[in-house]
Design a protein around this ligand. Sequence first.
Ligand code: SF4
Ligand code: MG
Length: 333
Amino acid sequence: VSNLVKHFQSGSRLGGGRTVVRAVDGVDLTIGRGEILGLVGESGSGKSTVGSCIARLTQPSSGTIRLLGRDISTLSRREMRPLRSEVHVVFQDPYSSLNPRMTVGQIVTEPLRQHRRGTRAERNRIVSDMLERTGLSLELVGRFPHELSGGQRQRVALARALVLGPSLVIADEPVSALDVSVQASILNVILDLQIDLGFSCLFITHDLSVVEFISDRIAVMYLGKIVETATRAELFRDPQHPYTQALLSAAPTADPSSARGRERIILSGDLPSPTEEISGCPFHARCPVAIDRCTNEVPLLLGVTGPDHQSACHLVTAENGAPLINQGDKNLV
Ligand code: SF4
Ligand code: MG
């Protein structure tokens, strides 16, 4: 994904001007083959819009989305159809995303029918296999969504998402509506399935413990922008962006080497509205270490301790705008 932008028009026409919601404001992301990228941020930071643009459920305002090397950002519905089997979304609330009038078997079979895959017998075999992989008893095949628990419904949604063997699964807060005890079992199912089937995953969540559990790599989003990205271990051990540091400091942990639970950084103010036009760093109004430059110059997402760890903050760049700390050369600091 490069320089992805999605601005919505909103507000009343009565009061004159309509406002622009800058939901996604220039996002760059790469999700490797077989990688789980956790996209974490507060609600309203634009995470879901990123996922929805990648799945082409939302038309981006601008930017490029490449899937398996092909630019899909400008494909028409018809051109996108053959690629539909490559990207699937699992939503937060399986209850509203599953057709209440279809049985479990019908729900999981439907994508195969739509894409004309296999004979009826082959489809049945694939569906049984997928139900088993997601931990659903075959006895549930004739049941309707309302007869299932929340966890079972999310397993059905997963089975449906995976039945065509997609390259990319976009999981948008898939466990946030579930009890904590059920969350862990669903996360384990996702991890097991990912290892067995090898799909890539964009895992969207506001929950740090979930993102820490599931991700290979993590991107932190704030007000429509990625402010930091790193491997999971690196992000939790050595967060660079002041926003990430504040986020992690607020989360308790039993691990003393983790940045979580260190002295708590309290942010002033609330997340600004995405309708506000903010100059400079999107975080400057709340940043405890902001400098003059932050109010008028947008920080770029640059390598911090290496190309795998990037942060968008002026404090890690030199006066001339070149990265001060870069490519693992910490001696420059
Ligand atoms: Fe804070 Fe400035 Fe860094 Fe933004 S660029 S996070 S305001 S120090
Ligand atoms: Mg959301």
